[in-house]
Design a protein around this ligand. Structure first.
Ligand SMILES: *[C@@H]1O[C@H](CO)[C@@H](O)[C@H](O)[C@H]1NC(C)=O
Ligand SMILES: *[C@@H]1O[C@H](CO)[C@@H](O)[C@H](O)[C@H]1NC(C)=O
Ligand SMILES: *[C@@H]1O[C@H](CO)[C@@H](O)[C@H](O)[C@H]1NC(C)=O
Ligand SMILES: *[C@@H]1O[C@H](CO)[C@@H](O)[C@H](O)[C@H]1NC(C)=O
Length: 342
């Protein structure tokens, strides 16, 4: 009898002990490292790993297969309306991906690079892939009138950023935000890996050689390799020696001076049939991939004329019959034409 009483007591004590151990185990995460302190492997300590910086994380997140991203630069003037004017350039840019053919999923691979805090906040609010460039002394927040000093400074900052992306091994499509993506452009880009750079033009003269066309840096596809890194280094290296020239002109001068041959770099011009703009409309709406508001001086004019492009496009998509499709015409870009008047 005594014996069995003892064993019951023992059993009770044992159960209590077991319950205590289980409880302590489940509390351990809350009580921190004092109970059951496991020694962490040194690599799992935040300080001992080589931390990925914000840009690396942003690039990885946006990347598609083959370390390729789509990059657009945004600043306050593009994300916030002047007075009560809606939509903004940024709205239109995103609307393009929405109404375009097979373009919606491309937004996952779009990295928006903000030049100021407002642009960054607007971008984050939309749950997009956003990265804020560290600009040091000056934020590039306001509208930069074509060829003003600030405009040129901002352009060089963007060239430096893009050089950095190439150095990290990422190929990319660079797109201005005044380019509407009406179709996925990738099928219209050469998959030939020997072509390092495919770049748009204002006017295509039938020759795909960059030396023989005016290049437009508002849309291009560039592969990351030693040659393209050298090109961007040379280009950026000219920034203090190019008074009064915008970076696009500087690149064009380098190209005409034979820099591509010098670096052994393969480049070709993208036809305006697929990569069009206000300078040259695409002659075939069934084939066009992008529409760039080039040949235009102010944001307000670009917004007005890009709205017309979206109207044209929606009309085309909703066209009831082949007669209306065959008679398709782009609206004329009246606001942009007027934007040059003094
Ligand atoms: C800078 O410009 C000067 C004068 O135009 C020219 O002589 C010089 O070669 C240029 N430097 C570079 C690195 O191109
Ligand atoms: C327009 O492009 C489409 C798609 O590439 C093509 O099928 C069609 O033949 C082209 N039309 C003309 C008139 O070139
Ligand atoms: C236009 O014509 C083609 C063949 O000629 C036909 O397949 C297509 O459905 C027509 N589209 C419309 C919108 O009527
Ligand atoms: C096709 O569309 C055009 C222009 O929208 C219209 O004038 C024409 O009547 C339509 N034709 C048919 C057969 O529906």
């Amino acid at each position: 009898m005594d014996y069995s009483k003892n064993s019951i007591t023992n059993l009770a004590i044992l159960s209590l002990l077991l319950a205590t151990v289980i409880l302590l185990c489940s509390w351990a995460p809350l009580t921190g490292q004092h109970f059951f302190s496991f020694k962490k492997h040194p690599l799992s300590e935040p300080n001992s790993t080589i931390a990925k910086d914000e840009l690396e994380i942003a690039l990885e997140k946006a990347s598609m297969a083959g370390k390729t991203v789509i990059i657009a630069i945004v600043n306050k003037a593009y994300v916030e309306p002047h007075s009560d004017e809606y939509p903004t350039m940024f709205d239109l840019f995103l609307e393009g991906f929405w109404v375009g053919e097979e373009t919606r999923s491309l937004v996952d691979h779009l990295l928006l690079v903000a030049m100021d805090q407002t642009a960054y906040d607007r971008c984050k609010f939309r749950r997009l892939n956003c990265y804020k460039v560290v600009t040091g002394d000056s934020d590039f927040a306001g509208e930069k009138l074509y060829m003003s000093d600030e405009f040129i400074k901002m352009m060089w900052r963007r060239t430096l950023f893009l050089l950095n992306v190439l150095k990290r091994g990422y190929s990319f499509i660079f797109t201005d935000t005044d380019v509407l993506w009406l179709r996925n452009p990738f099928p219209r880009l050469s998959k030939n890996e020997k072509i390092d750079l495919q770049i748009s033009t204002d006017r295509f003269n039938g020759n795909a050689s960059p030396e023989k066309n005016q290049i437009n840096t508002g849309f291009y596809f560039i592969r990351s390799n030693d040659k393209t890194i050298s090109l961007f280094e040379k280009w950026y290296g000219m920034r203090d020696n190019s008074t009064g020239l915008k970076e696009q002109d500087v690149l064009e001068n380098l190209v005409r001076g034979g820099v591509l041959k010098e670096l052994g770099l393969n480049a070709r011009i993208l036809e305006t049939l697929y990569f069009s703009g206000f300078c040259t409309d695409s002659e075939n709406v069934t084939a066009v991939a992008t529409v760039h508001a080039n040949c235009c001086r102010s944001i307000a004019a670009k917004v007005a004329d890009l709205k017309a492009v979206l109207r044209d496009w929606k009309g085309f998509k909703g066209a009831a019959n082949n007669t209306s499709i065959n008679n398709f015409q782009w609206s004329s870009h009246v606001f942009c034409r007027k934007s040059w008047a003094k």
